[in-house]
Design a protein around this ligand. Structure first.
Ligand code: C5P
Length: 217
């Protein structure tokens, strides 16, 4: 079983993806980390005229299995990731790994921006997790605070709004509600409630497919 999860920054998609993977015993890939790793590799060269070539080289040389998520958790790296994610060759270089990860025996949960639309268009279940930008900004501030990092709400909100816009308008991306995707708005939900909704959707999809498979044509 493949579960494809898309959504904007701090929508809760990562938390839901990890929890679903645990619940169903599936492997999990946070695909944003791949773009963040490439973004970090070119962090000091973002204004370079050859940024696309530099980012492509970083993407091709990336050892995806060695990525350290904690080291990539900063707004600076997130903005750099969003910048390199606009280069189609970079996306292509990262695609193979994501597809192979999804196709592993037993299945997988992947979360990102184009999982249901491009990486796994045939996934059994597709979720699109979203929330109001203000709610997402408040969550990010709280997450950073829990790590002992002080941030300014207005700055985080501005970064989230900019990144949403860049990602939605990314000419190389495919960040929109995929065909057959189920929308979960977590603005008014705590994580338990959001997860219950997600599990109900996945269980419903599986039952529906099994039921359909068993019924006479
Ligand atoms: O999900 P996360 O916030 O870690 O992603 C960082 C950036 O990487 C996003 O803002 C987006 O520009 C890019 N990204 C993407 N496609 C994905 C995952 C992330 O373009 N599948």
């Amino acid at each position: 079983m493949i579960i494809a999860i898309d959504g904007p920054a701090a929508s809760g998609k990562g938390t839901i993806a990890r929890a679903l993977a645990k619940h169903y015993g599936l492997a999990h890939l946070d695909t944003g980390l791949l773009y963040r790793a490439v973004g970090r590799a070119v962090l000091n060269q973002l204004e370079n005229d050859n940024l696309e070539q530099l980012a492509l080289k970083a993407a091709e040389e990336l050892d995806e299995s060695q990525i350290d998520g904690a080291a990539l958790d900063s707004t600076e790296i997130a903005m750099a990731a969003s910048k390199v994610a606009r280069f189609e060759p970079v996306r292509v270089a990262l695609r193979q790994y994501q597809r192979e990860f999804a196709d592993q025996p037993g299945g997988a949960v992947l979360d990102g921006r184009d999982i249901g639309t491009r990486i796994c268009p045939d996934a059994e279940t597709k979720l699109f997790i979203t929330a109001e930008p203000e709610v997402r900004a408040a969550r990010r501030v709280a997450q950073f605070k829990a790590q002992g990092i002080d941030t300014v709400y207005d700055e985080i909100l501005a970064q989230i709004v900019t990144r949403d816009k860049n990602d939605r308008q990314n000419p190389a991306g495919a960040f929109y509600l995929a065909d057959g995707a189920h929308l979960i708005d977590t603005s008014q939900l705590d994580i338990e409630a959001a997860l219950r909704q997600a599990i109900a959707i996945v269980d419903g999809t599986v039952e529906h497919k099994m039921g359909r498979g068993a019924s006479p044509k």
